[in-house]
Design a protein around this ligand. Structure first.
Ligand SMILES: Nc1ncnc2c1ncn2[C@@H]1O[C@H](COP(=O)(O)OP(=O)(O)OP(=O)(O)O)[C@@H](O)[C@H]1O
Length: 239
């Protein structure tokens, strides 16, 4: 489970995350939606301890990320698929991550197989397409077999086959009882993948509801999103 308690992050004059409180429960996919600059990536970075909150806190299974002894075994994340060393093979990239987390090479082979990269495991990551890098990022997130997983726009760059694969993977990981927080701008895809939705705008919580609840009041998830975020779309403005 992920729990945010009055989480706030200010960068100079920009309030990227503004007093955000919500829980992400296990057992279903929770979609994390919001216009560009709404604070989704910053929230995920704060949950992962990659940045420190200005105030409030983010807890993973009741603890701050920085106090978890073996973080890869509790929470996995794909934030930026491009953030890999291009000169390494997919296998070596994962193996080096595994070694620093007491994970054996058998698990590396398993996750490569799970994400469909077993056939290119020895190829340099620098030659990978964006979709292949997304798959590698997902493999990294899965490496420690964590109960909590976060994915920031994992569908980016994937072909239709890959999009469906992500949908099935997210749903099966949730069905195993894991906590899944998934951000995406593709509303039709989100409607097929997620059961619960959290919408943020300008760093604040706008809505927290099930897809069923949202689509009972609006013709589609996209319509619900458009109506709820009208007024929250802004590009680079200080606030
Ligand atoms: N390191 C940083 N320094 C300064 N400002 C930042 C930093 N990181 C994020 N911001 C600002 O915080 C706000 C929230 O950005 P964030 O990337 O979290 O939004 P997002 O919802 O993930 O957007 P997108 O959908 O475009 O990925 C933006 O105004 C952004 O410019």
């Amino acid at each position: 489970m992920i729990e945010l308690q009055h989480l706030t992050k200010r960068y100079g004059g920009t309030l990227a995350v503004d007093d955000l409180s919500f829980k992400v429960e296990p057992g279903h996919v929770t979609g994390f939606l919001g216009p560009n600059g709404a604070g989704k990536s910053t929230t995920m970075r704060l949950i992962l301890g990659l940045d420190a909150p200005t105030s409030g806190q983010a807890l993973v299974n009741g603890r701050r990320y920085t106090s978890i002894a073996k973080p890869m075994h509790e929470v996995g994340a794909l934030l930026d698929a491009g953030a890999v060393h291009g000169g390494r093979s997919a296998y070596n990239h994962l193996l080096s991550l595994a070694r620093t987390n007491d994970i054996g090479p058998t698990r590396v082979a398993e996750v490569l197989d799970q994400v469909g990269l077993a056939g290119v495991a020895r190829k340099r990551v620098g030659g990978f397409s964006l979709g292949m890098k997304q798959r590698l990022g997902i493999a990294s997130a899965l490496l420690g077999d964590p109960a909590v997983l976060m994915f920031d726009e994992p569908v980016n760059g994937l072909d239709p086959d890959g999009v469906r694969w992500i949908r099935d993977l997210m749903r099966s990981l949730a069905a195993e009882g894991r906590t899944i927080l998934l951000s995406s701008h593709l509303m039709s895809e989100m409607a097929l993948t997620a059961e619960r939705i959290i919408i943020v705008g300008r760093g604040k919580l706008i809505a927290e509801a099930t897809v069923t609840e949202l689509t009972a009041h609006y013709p589609s998830l996209e319509d619900a999103y458009m109506a709820l975020t009208a007024g929250s779309v802004q590009y680079g403005a200080s606030r």
